[in-house]
Design a protein around this ligand. Structure first.
Ligand code: HEC
Length: 176
């Protein structure tokens, strides 16, 4: 008597308490045992659903495909945006925030921190860099180029194209 009995009584009380909790719970009876829905959940078999079709002029950067290389970007990507005043204004803001410190406000490569770099930023408005394809400049912002860092995190996709567009306008102004 004594100790063992008290333990047995406690176990019985706890069992009753648990049983009461189950019985009086507001969930419908079909939910018992609770975890069954985890097994019965809808499942998607591989290839049961058609793979998504890639929209034109885009390259998948996640999933099975390899990340976009600069070469792919050059070959495939074209600026999808129209040169509206809003797009150009946004591009100017991005350029002056993220590019001008090195490449200069007008893109000539003489930004205020250019002298601190081991390799000079390129002059983007004349010479060879003037004729770079849109996709290359987009890729340069996204991936970086050699010693230039990537601005993938700072500049989202749409703003990248606005930046490319604004750089084009700087180049056009230079030709006059
Ligand atoms: C930290 C300084 C720095 C910043 C900021 C910077 N660049 Fe650069 N960029 C460079 C340097 C340096 C190079 C040359 C890289 C090399 O050859 O090693 C370069 C090269 C480039 C090139 C390649 C030019 C060519 O002829 O191959 C492009 C295009 C370019 N930058 C665009 C941009 C744009 C657009 C931005 C703003 C989103 C930007 N850069 C921001 C330093 C910078």
């Amino acid at each position: 008597m004594g100790r063992m009995n008290r333990i047995a009584t406690r176990i019985t009380l706890v069992t009753i308490a648990i049983a009461w909790t189950i019985v009086s719970s507001p969930a419908p009876a079909s939910c018992f045992p609770w975890s069954i829905d985890m097994y019965r959940g809808p499942e998607v078999q591989p290839f049961a659903v058609e793979p998504r079709v890639t929209p034109a002029d885009t390259i998948p950067v996640h999933g099975g495909e390899a990340p976009m290389s600069l070469e792919q970007a050059i070959a495939k990507m074209h600026n999808p945006l129209q040169p509206t005043p809003q797009n150009l204004a946004n591009g100017k803001q991005q350029f002056e925030t993220y590019c001008a410190p090195c490449h200069g406000d007008n893109g000539d490569g003489k930004g205020p921190v250019a002298h601190l770099l081991s390799k000079s930023p390129k002059n983007l408005i004349s010479g060879a860099s003037k004729n770079l394809p849109d996709g290359y400049i987009y890729g340069a912002i996204r991936n970086g180029v050699l010693t230039m860092p990537s601005y993938q995190q700072e500049i989202p996709v749409e703003q990248r194209w606005q930046t490319v567009m604004y750089l084009r306008s700087l180049q056009a102004a230079q030709k006059k």
